[in-house]
Structure formats: C-alpha cells, structure tokens
Design a protein around this ligand. Structure first.
Ligand SMILES: *Cc1c(COP(=O)(O)O)cnc(C)c1O
Ligand SMILES: [Zn+2]
Length: 419
C-alpha cells in the first residue's frame, strides 16, 4: 500500500462520506456505508480556495482540475492517456434546425478511447495505483471496458473487464486489442454488475465502478468544470445529459455547485435534463410518474451503452432534475437513429447511440415546451459513432454505385448543385 495519511494531506480529500447518513470513512477501497448501506461519496476540504488562474495554468486535460479530484495530486502518479479538455462546439446549424438560439455540443467522443469514460477511469485507475492495487477491473456496457483496458495497458496494470456477451463488435474489438482479459458474460449488464460485486468481495481487485466507485464518479465532474470554463467561466442555463447509472448527470450538477462555492463562476440558475432510450428508461418513467424510487426494468434498446435496468444513481438523478427544474425524458430507438443522423448532418459530429438518445430527447423536450429555446443550452455527446456502426448502417450508404466511366457518372445526374 502506497497511500498514506501524508499523501492525503496534500490533497483536499478528507475521506469518504455516506451520501445518506453522513458517516465518514477513510479514503480506501470501499463504496457502501456499514451503518445504512447507502453509497459513499468523496468528502473534501476546499478552505484553501482555488483561482481561475491556477486552473488555466494547468495541462490541457481533465487534470487541470486536479485540486478538485480525489487522486493524482502527484502528477507522476497519474494514469493519464490525456482524457478531457474536449471541444465545446457552437452548434449553430443544429440550433437553427431546432429553433434554439445558443446551442453547444460538448463532444466527449474526442477522448483517448472515444468516450467520456476515460475521465472516470483515469481518476479511478490513479486511485487504484495509489492504494497499491495491481489489477484493475470493471462491469461495463462497452465504453468502460475500452477505457479500463487501455488505461491498464498504459499503467502496466493487469485488467479484467466483464461485459454482456451481446455487445456490439465495435466495442469488443476495441477492448480486446489492448491485450487484457475480457470476460463476456451470458446475461445483461445488470447480471454482469451483480457478478462483479461478488468477485469484488472475493478478490483484491480494483473494480473501478464497484469498490472504487466513489473515486470513479468524481471524474465525471470534469465535464461540468470544462463546460463552464469553455463558456468563459459561466454556467449554461440548460444541460442535457444521457443517463445510464445516472452518475454523470449528478456529477455535472455537483461540478456547477463546486464552481459557485469556490467563487469561480457567478451563481446563476441552471436546469439539468436527463436522456434515456425508451427501451431502458427507468429514471424517465419514475420522473414522469412522480416516484422517488426507480423501478428496475429489463433493457431492450439499441443504445447499449445506456442499457442499465437498475441504475445505482437513479434516485439522485431524479433529485437533481427536480431540484433544478429540469426533467428526464426518453426517446424510442427510431428517434435515436434520427438523432445520430441529425447531429452528423448538421454539425459533422458522428455520435454513438447515446448521442442519438441525447439529441432525440433534446428535440422532444423542446416540443413539449420543457426546454426553453432562448436559454443557452449544452448537450453532451458522450461517445463515438464508429463504435456503434450497426445502429445506422441499415439506413445510410452510398448515394449511387456506378462503373468507373464518365458517361456513367453523368448519367447518375449528380452534377447539379441542388440535387
Ligand atoms: C457510461 C455512459 C454514459 C452514462 O453514464 P452514467 O454515469 O452511468 O449515467 C453515457 N454515455 C455513454 C456513451 C456511456 O458510455
Ligand atoms: Zn450511511
């Protein structure tokens, strides 16, 4: 074990704290409260303050926010493939189509393994190494597997990643290539997750989203920090975020809260919206029915990266949406495909199915009058369409196939500008 109280005193981490009853624990590999079985979060002491200048002097990665993260206070100890500081793109064309005056896309497909999961894995893998673990593991819907395998390869750790066996080829290959151990489980994500909880109790492995989940979750805050900094240190009025376990959504809210508390942005009202696929929409269903609890479902959707039927942070995501005046919406799979195409055709950004869920839900929430078209709005594209080609391959393809002759090309009638 290399983690000592000395190294913790250099960070602002004071320990772990139960999100339900507030009981405090040391900052080791644990995620459940022994008293009430509530989930644990990371507790900080930010009395030392933080300035915009100090952040701006940092690297152009998520690690520019290291003082706000629970690991990696020593840069040499970070497991870092360069995640974060992804583009925030002003989406004028998509905004015009949808009638939104100021729309932005935070494009997290630009991360090293092409999804936002690199942020959470970089933080968790760094903490795992600080705590002396040599095996990194995870239960994944796909993108997490890619990212854990890649970060382990770079860090010289062993990785064992567990995925549902029916995953897209684009996520199996992009995990297996890193030469780590890939366990395909005959079951859905919730089955995989349950198995991983049992393995985590049995073996001294760092499961990034099980026993290291409190640290893992903190990595998602960096999307919120970056959005605010890239907007010129201001909070957007509305944000639309895809929901799987619900963690990312709650952490964007936490990030905005941190920035206000530290005086890094002016306090301003913001509303947080969540997006799910109708075929796996337990949080949207709870929102629509006014429930506090989230009833588990059996997922059936092309948006496999979001296919968590029993979302760990579902109740917290509901809280955030209700408290901020947002909502959790959902869209059927045909609108997911339409959303992928709309983002690609208007902005040149090819998002994965989760991106299609987000664009489709954005459109629905606008039609329902839940989103205000006159308020600056950010949507998050969390992954790369190249990993989910199956979703769009049936509906896009060559405009025409011709023999290699000028006559044939002319006959195809493509010369006119406004074909
Ligand atoms: C994991 C994932 C999400 C959502 O993550 P949660 O924090 O579990 O809600 C969104 N988009 C993509 C592409 C993902 O892989
Ligand atoms: Zn508790």
């Amino acid at each position: 074990m290399t983690a000592t109280l000395t190294d913790l005193s250099q960070t602002r981490v004071t320990g772990l704290r139960c999100r339900e009853c507030g009981t405090e624990y040391p900052a080791d590999a644990r995620h459940v409260c022994e008293l009430c079985f509530g989930p644990l979060g990371v507790a900080y002491d930010h009395s030392a303050g933080l300035t915009r200048e100090a952040i701006e002097a940092g690297p152009h990665t998520m690690w520019r926010y290291a003082p706000l993260l629970p690991s990696g206070s020593d840069p040499a100890e970070r497991v870092d493939l360069g995640a974060g500081w992804t583009p925030l793109v002003r989406a004028r064309n998509l905004g015009r189509v949808l009638g939104i005056r100021e729309l932005w896309v935070k494009d997290d497909s630009a991360n090293p393994t092409h999804s936002f999961k690199d942020r959470v894995v970089s933080v968790a893998a760094t903490r795992a190494r600080e705590l002396g673990f040599t095996t990194l593991a995870c239960a994944s819907t796909g993108n997490l597997a890619n990212s854990v395998a890649a970060h382990a390869a770079r860090a010289g750790l062993r990785a064992v990643v567990f995925v549902p066996s029916d995953l897209e080829a684009g996520k199996i290959v992009t995990t297996a290539v890193y030469g780590q151990t890939l366990v395909a489980v005959d079951g859905n994500y919730d089955d995989v997750n349950r198995l991983c909880s049992e393995v985590a109790d049995d073996l001294p492995w760092a499961f990034v989203n099980v026993n290291l989940r409190p640290y893992y979750a903190e990595g998602s805050k960096t999307i919120g920090y970056e959005v605010a900094e890239q907007l010129g240190w201001r909070l957007p009025g509305q944000v639309v975020i895809p929901v799987a376990s619900g963690s990312l959504l709650t952490k964007v809210d936490a990030a905005f809260g941190d920035l206000v508390a530290l005086g890094l942005v002016d306090e301003a009202p913001y509303r947080i919206f969540g997006a799910q696929a109708t075929g796996c929409s337990p949080v949207a269903t709870a929102f629509a029915n006014g429930w506090d609890a989230v009833r588990p479902v059996r997922p059936s959707t092309i948006a496999k990266s979001l296919a968590i039927g029993n979302p760990a942070d579902g109740p917290y995501a509901l809280d955030v949406a209700r408290r901020t005046g947002g909502a959790i919406g959902d869209v059927p799979d045909d609108e997911v495909v339409a959303g992928i195409r709309l983002l690609a055709e208007t902005e040149g950004i090819f998002g994965e199915t989760a991106g299609g869920v987000t664009v489709g839900t954005l459109r629905r929430l606008l039609r329902q009058g839940r989103l205000d078209p006159d308020v600056p709005t950010v949507i998050v594209n969390t992954g790369d369409g190249l990993k989910t080609l199956d979703a769009v391959a049936p509906v896009v393809g060559p405009t025409v196939t011709i023999p290699p002759s000028l006559d044939a090309f002319r006959a195809a009638g493509l010369a006119e500008e406004n074909r």
